[in-house]
Design a protein around this ligand. Structure first.
Ligand code: SF4
Length: 363
């Protein structure tokens, strides 16, 4: 799979209660200096860099005013070799996507819109600190279709304290009613420094892991029945609508991330940027030792439902996974946490919800 380009748009209307991503209010001066930084980085992309996927993420890319969004898209067109691009995604949040912005994105070549629905229950949305209502999510999906988007993704959050199983089931049904090509279902994480973490520390939030697991399994079953097959722990798609850009991350591919807090992996070097609105620089840069990189790729690829084929892994890393981690693989298979066939390994269904424990033993 060819390389990918990621652009980080670090602006949101307001901070959600659970969010630890780098984002700030979209004040005009901040947007202008961020744009200048993005253009500098676009101009400095390696001459041979011709991405097959582009992912504009955030933050909330659609928090940008139409002029700023247009300038960003022009910058990509003017300074990037986009001839090989087959998938171009932009994240959007309900309440910030207008018909004008949707048309602008589509006309620029964006062919996949990923909408942060999170829940279709207004009380839950308020508890999460989201800025939008469920009705606005449906309206965003409709206007994306009108603008010509044939590939729509919806993000949902499960395992929210106080949200009962039947309410989450209703979220999944409401998402399906919008006929998305792709659904991502993430477990609510309590991230340090967020209002949710403070509520948890004060004893106001009780995480119910058994309920989280029930909701995870219910989503997997229901989305599968509706034709959205699980292809990664948290991701579901109609056949052929899997997100190529994310598959690049899971298969150890090359990508360049531009913007604050963005990460890159290019030609065996990995680096990440500081989280600053202007003048971001490399916070770290490391050359990866081949076996360590291969172990990391092993774990990332096991996030995919299909796991790793032996030959595919050898091609991607130069290693046989049994040479890297043979005894651990055999033990995890004996414990029923991995399925090991002669030439393929994958996570056992029972281990999907507790995959971190498996990965910790393999990396
Ligand atoms: S919209 Fe997304 S990036 Fe912005 S604060 Fe909410 S969760 Fe974080």
């Amino acid at each position: 799979m060819g390389p990918g380009l990621y652009l980080h748009v670090p602006f949101c209307l307001r901070k959600c209660a659970y969010c630890a991503f780098f984002s700030r209010p979209a004040e005009p001066a901040a947007v202008q200096s961020w744009q200048a930084g993005i253009e500098r980085e676009l101009k400095a992309l390696p001459a041979e860099f011709a991405p097959e996927t582009i992912f504009i993420g955030g933050g909330t890319p659609t928090a940008l005013e139409p002029d700023d969004l247009g300038r960003l898209l022009d910058g990509i067109h003017n300074h990037t070799d986009i001839r090989n691009v087959v998938e171009w995604t932009c994240e959007a949040n309900p309440g910030t996507l207008t018909p004008e912005k949707a048309v602008l994105l589509r006309a620029a070549g964006v062919n996949r819109l990923s909408i942060g629905a999170q829940s279709f229950d207004d009380a839950t949305l308020r508890r999460l600190g989201r800025m939008h209502s469920a009705a606005e999510t449906s309206a965003s999906a409709a206007l994306a279709r009108e603008a010509g988007f044939e590939h729509l993704g919806l993000d949902l959050i499960y395992g929210i304290p106080g949200v009962r199983g039947d309410s989450f089931e209703a979220d999944v049904e409401a998402a399906l009613a919008l006929a998305p090509e792709h659904v991502s279902c993430y477990c609510l994480e309590i991230e340090d420094g967020t209002p949710l973490a403070r509520a948890a520390a004060a004893g106001d939030l009780a995480i119910d892991e058994a309920e989280q697991r029930r909701q995870f399994e219910q989503a997997r079953r229901r989305l599968g029945e509706a034709g959205l097959a699980a292809y990664e722990i948290s991701n579901f798609a109609r056949p052929g609508c899997e997100c190529r850009h994310n598959q690049l991350y899971w298969s150890g591919g090359d990508y360049i991330g531009i913007g604050p807090a963005a990460h890159s992996h290019w030609n065996g070097v990995r680096w990440g940027h500081t989280a600053e609105l202007a003048g971001w620089k490399r916070a770290f840069e490391e050359k990866l030792e081949p076996a360590a990189k291969a172990r990391e790729t092993l774990v990332m690829g096991l996030r995919r439902t299909a796991g790793w084929g032996r030959e595919e892994f050898r091609k991607a890393t130069g290693f046989d996974y049994d040479v890297l981690r043979g005894p651990e693989i055999a033990r995890l298979a004996a414990e029923g946490r991995l399925v090991a066939e002669p030439d393929r390994i994958r996570l056992a269904d029972e281990a999907l919800f507790v995959s971190d424990g498996v990965f910790a033993e393999l990396v």
